[in-house]
Design a protein around this ligand. Structure first.
Ligand SMILES: [Fe+2]
Ligand SMILES: [Fe+2]
Length: 160
């Protein structure tokens, strides 16, 4: 798969988790916890593979990088707010919907504007980059280090 196809497939995972989370009710605390922690892990992996591999690779062909980096920080801030909101709080879904709206905007901009620009790199380079993204995504998904980062982040955010 080409780089943009790998990232779009992962966007679908993120959008799906946010949609499911937004559809939960205040009584579904266990479901919310599972979906929220899955979202935290997947978002962490996604931001990392883009910041580490994809954005540097498209630096010369896309003028959208600084906006994209700023949006990653905004997503991270809104995720922190979700993490600090109790799972049975009526505000929980409101916070999730705000994060969902920012993420939808960000992924739309990537898919409609940045990824077409990335095609200037050529098909071969996009295939190679796609393999690297997929490998790194799998590695981070499996790694104990990522589980530790997620656990620490969860603890830190809830203590603030
Ligand atoms: Fe992104
Ligand atoms: Fe993305």
């Amino acid at each position: 798969m080409k780089a943009d196809e790998v990232l779009i497939a992962h966007h679908d995972v993120l959008r799906g988790l946010l949609r499911q989370l937004a559809e939960t009710t205040d009584g579904q605390v266990a479901d919310r916890r599972r979906l929220r922690d899955d979202l935290l892990r997947e978002l962490e992996v996604h931001t990392q593979i883009e910041d580490e591999l994809f954005y540097p690779a498209v630096r010369d062909v896309s003028p959208l990088l600084s906006v994209a980096h700023a949006e990653h920080r905004q997503i991270d801030d809104q995720l922190a707010t979700v993490m600090r909101t109790s799972l049975d709080d009526p505000e929980f879904v409101t916070e999730v919907r705000m994060l969902e709206s920012t993420l939808r905007h960000h992924t739309f901009e990537e898919e409609q504007r940045m990824f077409p620009q990335a095609h200037a790199l050529g098909e071969e380079r996009l295939e190679e980059l796609g393999r690297q993204l997929q490998e790194r995504q799998d590695e981070l998904g499996r790694s104990g280090a990522m589980r530790l980062i997620v656990r620490l982040k969860r603890m830190t955010l809830k203590l603030v």
